[in-house]
Design a protein around this ligand. Structure first.
Ligand code: ZN
Length: 218
């Protein structure tokens, strides 16, 4: 009989990731929360990439990609880009579990393949930029609600012009919002770290307490 392994007597610290508070540029927020942990986050420009589907044994061209895919770990919070009213929540064949928000600018903001929808996100609910809508997942490409795992987890994000107009390319906006988020988070993090190493304990405690509540650290 094997003795219990020595390692099992130790408790390892396994912390949950913390997410940075949303950063707003002209009232808009990047739609996937950034983490203070090492995080997979990438969104190559996939706007209007050809989309092929295997139909009756043949690969057929079915249209172009009318959005941008933001790859992130399953469970990463999805945030509303904009102020608006939730218009659609639920299942669609390609989109899986998805949320659609009608922005106050009249445009439709589409968040697809979610693993879960956040509490209170129901048709008619009012959301702000940065409101938690749900979690990144890989649902869709199936008729049964909850069908998943046909592709890697990512957020499909799309913007449709007002009055059911054409889908518009959200890529430049996503790049601008992501860049602003990274710059802001890194400025705040390095300023807080400088307080810590300089021994300004009261100032550091004040900043870190505010930041952990989702407030500006200053
Ligand atoms: Zn997509």
């Amino acid at each position: 009989m094997n003795a219990p392994r020595a390692a099992s007597r130790h408790r390892y610290l396994v912390a949950e990731p913390g997410y940075y508070r949303p950063v707003f540029v002209a009232g808009k927020a990047f739609p996937v929360a950034r983490s203070n942990f090492f995080q997979l986050m990438e969104f190559p420009n996939s706007w209007h990439d050809p989309r092929l589907r295997l139909i009756n044994g043949k690969w057929l061209f079915v249209g172009v990609h009318e959005g941008i895919d933001i790859t992130a770990e399953r469970g990463t919070p999805v945030l509303s880009m904009t102020l608006g009213i939730v218009e659609r929540v639920g299942w669609s064949f390609y989109g899986g579990t998805r949320v659609g928000v009608r922005g106050t600018d009249g445009r439709y903001y589409f968040y697809a393949h979610l693993a879960a929808v956040a509490p209170g996100i129901v048709p008619g609910a009012r959301v702000q930029a940065g409101t938690y809508l749900g979690r990144v997942g890989n649902t869709g490409y199936g008729t049964d609600p909850g069908h998943r795992d046909e592709f890697a987890p990512h957020l499909h994000f799309g913007i449709q012009a007002a009055n059911s107009g054409p889908w518009v390319n959200p890529y430049p906006l996503l790049v601008a919002l992501y860049s602003a988020t990274v710059r802001s988070d890194e400025r705040a993090q390095s300023a807080i770290d400088r307080l810590a190493v300089s021994g300004k304990r009261r100032a550091w405690e004040h900043a870190i307490a505010r930041w952990s509540l989702g407030l500006s650290p200053w």
